[in-house]
Design a protein around this ligand. Sequence first.
Ligand code: ATP
Length: 236
Amino acid sequence: MNLLEAKQVEVAYGGIRAVQGVDLSVASGELVCLIGANGAGKTTTLRALCGMTPAAAGEVWFDGKRIDRLPAHEHVRLGIAHVPEGRGIFGRLTVRENLLLGAYLRRDREGIRRDQEHVYELFPRLAERQRQSAGTLSGGEQQMLAIGRALMARPRLLLLDEPSMGLAPILVQKIFEIIRRISKEGVTLLLVEQNAKLALEVSDRAYVLESGRVALTGPAAELANNPQVRAAYLGG
Ligand code: ATP
């Protein structure tokens, strides 16, 4: 069954129709990516799915419940975690405090403690820096912290916006390894990425967005071999 389903979603900024009738679904356990050029509407689509930007038309369903009219905090309560572009961590709080904020809706102290250990195991750098203020972390470490914080909510669906943005190539590889691992551990993921090559490598299925519309969709491995996709997004 589809955990997430978007039907004919539209988003407009003033007169600009950034997203123009997008249909998209993510099944439970799947890793799906949304790729496309700069300004194609990837971030806007993701924001509409988690209630950060209101959809002007269309519907979004999560686990059989219509959610497109709900405020963002209700999405969180339902189990949708969003890691925004630019990460949104709290620079003055420590790494540990940022992580615990991700678990603010939970009361199971033992589970929270275990998940925190798990995040430190996924990202040993964060364990080393748990008492340091998050603002002193490098860009890559902040990205790890943002993902770790989202995982602390035990999300049913994790939405990642451009996790590789601004990172050195070695860290990009690392982040994608972690994404693959999180997916294998059973978290359902929707990933927005400029790095189409790596996104297609780790994903089960993909959507290609062009000018606010879904231009192509299918199994990621198929799209990676599609001549059109290769020419436009994979450098030939
Ligand atoms: P990028 O990879 O550059 O983030 P994207 O595919 O995620 O690109 P969006 O950021 O969703 O694309 O932008 C889609 C369109 O909406 C673009 O034309 C952009 O200029 C416009 N847009 C995005 N955010 C706003 C905003 N807050 N106000 C007005 N227009 C916006």
